[in-house]
Design a protein around this ligand. Structure first.
Ligand SMILES: C[S@@+](CC[C@H](N)C(=O)[O-])C[C@H]1O[C@@H](n2cnc3c(N)ncnc32)[C@H](O)[C@@H]1O
Length: 311
């Protein structure tokens, strides 16, 4: 099978996919090691028997609805490549605004005259680690944080399988010296997390239970644990079907763990962002606002703990 024949085969086989051509190209790049341009110019190149086998298997998997990211075990997020498996949510472009806003706040805090000592960041519900690790990676690359004063970064999740993926991603992105202040904690929200934080970021499960059931019929295979927001502190369904069961516990717990002047940033659905902002206010956070994602949807709620509250 040549590159061109493979392209035609994939496009014809993936009729149920919204992006058959792109899916085929990404899979072909992965199995051949050729980039997009070389795939164009080497259309008559024959795939080796191993490459052809791997290509056909991958197309077959994609035709079941399995996302390309799980097939090639990789997804780009905020310009960095993350290792992913069905143990973690596939990082989404919607979430990049959470990183962007956290980096802005980190920059302000580093430059603030009030700041001295090491800053602390918690990424609650970290999954692949993409949010917390991107904040740190970008801030180091752009010299927002000095190499000699790297913040403490806690990556927390209830799933030990997800934390193993986050560990692998940390090892991929950072040198051992840079990663020295990263901790991985298996926990139900803040139960097993020690200390207070200058910045808490979270992309918790926030999709209403009923919608999760519909979503999962497309074969995407993402963990229910990462999606269903209608869950109480004991892991039972709240039956409220508004996606905010986890958020209702996360927000007060996070507020109690913020330092004076500390910031909380939470992703939610465009449909429950205003309720999330209301939760922030009810729990005493000030200067609250909702940031829109790249598609213009209400996505990330931000709020700050008053300085006066800790005195
Ligand atoms: C929506 S995913 C977000 C993953 C990642 N932060 C991202 O943005 O791609 C939510 C994550 O929350 C974790 N989670 C669910 N319930 C939790 C709980 N009670 N405490 C801590 N983590 C939880 C899930 O295991 C999952 O990894």
């Amino acid at each position: 099978m040549t590159v061109l024949q493979a392209k035609i085969y994939g496009k014809n086989k993936l009729t149920a996919s919204p992006s058959p051509q792109l899916d085929t190209e990404v899979i072909l790049q992965h199995v051949t090691g050729l980039d997009k341009t070389r795939l164009l110019f080497e259309r008559d190149t024959e795939l080796s028997p191993e490459q052809e086998k791997s290509f056909l298997e991958s197309i077959n998997l994609r035709s079941t609805g399995l996302p390309v990211a799980y097939i090639i075990s990789e997804k780009e997020f905020y310009g960095y490549n993350y290792y992913v498996t069905p143990d973690v949510l596939i990082p989404k472009p919607d979430t990049e605004i959470l990183v962007e806003k956290a980096v802005e706040i980190l920059d302000e805090k580093i430059n603030s005259k009030l700041h001295s000592g090491i800053l602390s960041i918690c990424d609650m519900c970290t999954g692949s680690g993409c949010v917390g690790l991107s904040i740190l990676k970008y801030s180091l690359e752009h010299k927002i944080i000095p190499e000699h004063n790297i913040p403490l970064l806690i990556l927390a999740d209830i799933s030990s399988a997800a934390l193993n993926i986050a560990r692998k991603n940390a090892a991929r992105l950072f040198t051992p010296e840079e990663a020295a202040n990263i901790r991985f904690i298996q926990t139900n929200l803040f139960d097993s997390v020690p200390g207070n934080f200058d910045i808490i970021v979270s992309n918790p499960p926030y999709i209403p239970a009923e919608e999760v059931r519909n979503l999962l019929t497309d074969g995407r295979n993402e963990p229910v644990l990462a999606l269903d927001g209608d869950i109480d502190l004991n892991g039972n369904p709240t039956l409220q079907n508004d996606g905010l069961g986890i958020m209702r516990n996360l927000v007060p717990q996070a507020v109690s763990r913020l330092t004076a002047g500390g910031a909380l940033l939470c992703e939610s659905g465009e449909y429950n962002a205003q309720e999330t902002e209301e939760l922030f206010r009810q729990n005493g956070l000030t200067r609250t606002k909702i940031h829109r994602d790249l598609e213009g949807q209400l996505r990330v709620t931000e709020g700050f703990k008053n300085f006066s509250e800790s005195f």
